[in-house]
Write a new protein. Sequence first.
Length: 643
Amino acid sequence: MSQETNSAEAGAPTVSPREHSTPLLVPAHAAMTAPWALAERVRTNPTGAVIARKSSVGGRWRDMSAQAFRDQVREVAAGLVALGLEPGDALGIMAHTCYEWTLLDFAAWEAGLVVVPIYETSSAEQARWILTDAAVRLVVVEDQPMETMLTALAGQDPALADLRVLSLAREAITELITAGKDVRAAELDARTAQLTSTDLATIVYTSGTTGRPKGAELTHGNLVHLCVNACAHVPEVLEAPETRTLLFLPLAHVLGRFVEMAIVCSSAGVLGHAPNVKNLVTDLASFRPTFVPAVPRVFEKIYNAADARATGAKQKVFRLAAKTAIAYSRALDTPAGPSRGLRAQRAAFDRLVFSTLRSLLGGRVTHVISGGGPLGERLGHFYRGAGVTVLEGYGLTETSAPCTVNLPAATRIGSVGLPLPGTAVRLDDDGEVLISGIGVFRGYHNNPEASAEAFVTLPDAAPAQTAGTDPAPTKAAGASGTRWLRSGDIGTLDADGFLHITGRKKELIVTAGGKNVAPAVLEDRLRGHPLVSQVLVVGDNRPCIGALVTLDAEMLPLWLSSHGLPDMDPIDATKDPRVRAALERAVARANEAVSRAESIRTFTVLPGDFTEANGLLTPSLKVRRDEATKRFAKEIDELYTRV
């Protein structure tokens, strides 16, 4: 792919020093809705599998054709109509990732409804806010505890007096299909015919590191236009022969919904669901996906587990293999490429180590998609050198998941890639990443003030012209510029248009000496150690940078065993000098990525972890910085008595 600003090649991206766009590959039109996407899949490949369901007996995966899936979608959609839900009404879903969630998604869209996801870990107060703000009339939950919680809410809050709760554990799908027996197919056809790509498809509430969740309104066009173009943009992943992916990301999160829709928009992709991550290794082995989407923490844990489980000589072999993989991957980015000796070393370790690692992912994975946070160069190079290319991307709930991604033929490890087709990225004067294009949401539900704050209209730049289709950035009504979404992230664009995220605008730390420090670099590197679960870098108005560290309770026993140390619980481990010494070495390695003024000079190990349950992690596993800073104010003060 040409990256030159003066390229005349059709479909070539446009690059300027502060802006980069990629033209549409598939023209968008108003009829592109979720029901249209499913109908197109049936029209082009009716007997090919689109879903694989795991049997409760024997654990075998059974394929479900596109035609059979659509038939069931319409049966459930008829049930939703029979319960009195009108076009534009909201259906809530509260469950782990499962087949029934995908079925309900497409059934709701077939009935002209708006889907409102609720995290299965949400508290009663969080659920109350989402249900009332979105005016949800019917909610389908997974099990009895969720049903009890939401039924109690409906009894307590007058705004939810008309809320109906159905439970998957009590045959909600069968109940809906039975209810819809007398609904005519023509009623569903009429509803889908009225839908356009500008109609609302889902309201996804941001998990929010601060404040009350905001409901991002995503249209059918946001989802379908983006996914159709993604399939054409990354055919090696989404249009490869026997494309298969196992979804264990939460479907309450926008990235899971993007993957779900992208599989339907592909010509022959197959989607499986893994509701319980405790069975993930077994499910991966039996499902045998060709690509795996996950958050960076999953890839960190796979690497750390492999390192911690190896002991003695085996651990030395693994670490040498890891160094070889990283060196091999780095050499791939040089003009000369890997040397003959490095190739031989890598081949030897492929048999000894890397083949086993790939088998953990099912044995057929060629690409993994990393999103939801920074992966880091070390892990990116390790996995590529081990034979699994990591395509790191970047996006927000407000961009319908990815707005940039690395490509198999254009990967720059350490970056989050190039804009997807129909998307433009621009840097504001302060370095904030601004985004415009087909995936950008229309605004926050019932929150015009937040919607106004989310966008800025800037005069159009004058980049060099390229052949191909206009990416169609969003024009502000009555304005002479383009409407850009403020991401809140700070980044840079390199000469070829690859985006690099360097930190969060609101998370920049300013030390007492006036040094601006982006905590993400230090936190990401330190979290790469097997002992470390979470890190909070601090230092605002302090003499230097400090850190709060928590231990990974799952990895601790493996690490202790591999180092010949006695078993101990996490609380005792925080006080053990050998654990402390290992963490000091990890901090020193993390500090190598920054200047001395930005380095961690003091840290403490907390006795407990950051979790969703204690309110210190969001459902997408981001640290609630403000809450953690308040809760551990005493520990932060004590850090600076030691400096």
